[in-house]
Design a protein around this ligand. Structure first.
Ligand SMILES: [Zn+2]
Length: 356
C-alpha cells in the first residue's frame, strides 16, 4: 500500500514535470509548437511582449509588430489573405500564415518554420526576419534572451574568446567587405576574377573573427552586386568599430606585393585609432604574414567606401593579380587562409589599440 502510494507520487511528480515542460504544447495555425519563456531584447533593451514567443522545431517565433517595429520595420497584416508584409528601408519580406515559402525582395525563399497566428497575433521566425534585414541577431543561453540590433552588455561578457586581449575585442563590431561582386568582377587575370578571390578571403576572415567573439557583418556572402554606398552604409548603421574592404590589385606585370588604402582624415578616428594607424597595422601584418613586398600605405580620399564610412576603414589589396607568379599563389586556399590570418591579427591589434 505504502509502496503503491510512493510509486503513485513518483509517477505524479514525473507527469507534473513533463506537464510543466510541455504545458503549452498546441497547434499554431496547424503547426505543433510550445510557448517559450525566452525574452527578446532590441538594441539592448528587453521588450514587453503581448504574447509569449512560440518555439516550433527549436525555432523561435515572436510577435511581428511589437518586435520588428522596434528596429524601424513597417508591418502590414492582411487578414483576409493571411499575409504579412514586413518592410524596412528598401527590403521587403512577404509571408503567408502556415506556409514555409516566403518572398524576400521578390525572390522566393524557404523558411524552416512558417509564420503562425497565436490568439490573433502574427508570429514570425525571429532569426529569419532579422537576417533578411541584415540586423544582428543572437542568443544568450544564460539569460534565455534573443537579442536584435545591439548586444546587451551581459551577453558580451558571456562570449567565449580564444585569443587576443579578450576584454578589448569581444563583442566589438567589424564589417568585412568583399570587394566587387555580381556584375562587377573587378580585375580578371588568367580566368580568375577578383570578386571571387575577395569573397573567399572575406569568408575565411569572417570565420576567424567570429571565433574570437567579434561581431561581424559581411557586406556580401555570395556573388551579388552591391553599390559602394551600401558597403559603408552597413558599417555606419551598425556603428561598426572597423571596416575592412578586401581587394586584389592589378598593375604592371612586374608589380607584386600588398598595399593598404585609407581616407586621410581625423573624422574617421575612433577612440585611440585613426584610419591611418589602422592602415599601417593592416599593411604590416599583411607583409609579415604573407612575406609579400611592401607596396605602401596610400592615401585615397576619392574612394567612396572609405570616404563615406564613419569609422577607421581600409581597403586591403592583398596581392597583384596581374603578376603571374603572385596570381598562382593568390589562387590557392592556403595563401587565402594566410591572408585572412594576417587581417585577423591586424583586427585584433587595431581593436586593442582602439580600446586601450
Ligand atoms: Zn578591387
Amino acid at each position: 500500500m505504502k509502496r503503491t502510494l510512493l510509486v503513485t507520487i513518483i509517477i505524479a511528480t514525473f507527469l507534473m514535470s513533463i506537464g510543466q515542460t510541455f504545458a503549452a504544447g498546441q497547434y499554431f495555425s496547424g503547426v505543433w509548437g510550445v510557448t517559450s519563456a525566452s525574452k527578446i531584447a532590441v538594441s539592448g533593451l528587453t521588450l514587453n511582449l503581448e504574447r509569449e514567443p512560440v518555439s516550433i522545431n527549436n525555432r523561435l517565433l515572436v510577435p511581428v509588430r511589437t518586435v520588428f517595429s522596434q528596429i524601424g520595420a513597417k508591418i502590414d497584416w492582411n487578414e483576409s489573405r493571411n499575409r504579412v508584409v514586413i518592410t524596412k528601408d528598401n527590403d521587403e519580406i512577404i509571408m503567408y500564415i502556415g506556409y514555409t515559402n516566403c518572398y524576400v525582395n521578390g525572390a522566393i525563399k524557404s523558411m524552416e518554420v512558417p509564420a503562425v497566428l497565436f490568439n490573433g497575433t502574427v508570429m514570425v521566425p525571429v532569426r529569419f526576419v532579422a537576417e533578411a534585414f541584415n540586423v544582428l541577431v543572437g542568443w544568450s543561453e544564460k539569460s534565455s534572451t534573443v537579442y536584435l540590433g545591439k548586444m546587451p552588455q551581459e551577453v558580451i561578457e558571456e562570449i567565449p574568446a580564444s585569443g587576443g586581449n579578450a576584454s578589448n575585442i569581444k563583442g566589438r563590431i567589424v564589417v568585412i567587405d568583399a570587394g566587387h561582386g555580381g556584375t562587377q568582377t573587378g580585375a580578371v587575370y588568367g580566368g580568375v576574377k577578383e570578386k571571387d578571390l575577395n569573397l573567399s578571403i572575406a569568408k575565411k576572415l569572417n570565420a576567424k573573427l567570429k571565433e574570437l567573439g567579434i561581431v561581424t557583418y559581411m557586406t556580401r556572402n555570395a556573388d551579388t552586386t552591391l553599390s559602394l554606398y551600401a558597403r559603408s552604409d552597413l558599417a555606419n548603421r551598425n556603428n561598426a568599430d572597423l571596416l575592412i574592404s578586401i581587394h586584389n590589385n592589378a598593375g604592371l606585370l612586374k608589380h607584386t606585393g600588398s598595399m593598404t588604402l585609407y581616407y586621410p582624415s581625423s573624422s574617421k578616428t575612433k577612440r585611440n585609432l585613426s584610419s591611418y594607424e589602422f592602415a599601417n597595422i593592416v599593411q604590416r601584418n599583411m607583409c609579415n604574414t604573407l612575406g609579400s613586398k611592401d607596396m605602401g600605405v596610400i592615401e585615397r580620399p576619392g574612394l567612396a567606401v572609405l570616404r563615406t564610412s564613419n569609422m577607421p576603414a581600409v581597403i586591403a589589396e592583398i596581392g597583384y593579380m596581374s603578376n603571374a607568379s603572385e596570381l598562382s599563389k593568390l589562387k590557392t586556399s592556403a595563401y587565402q587562409e594566410k591572408a585572412a590570418e594576417a587581417l585577423k591579427k591586424a583586427v585584433i591589434e587595431s581593436l586593442e589599440k582602439m580600446y586601450k
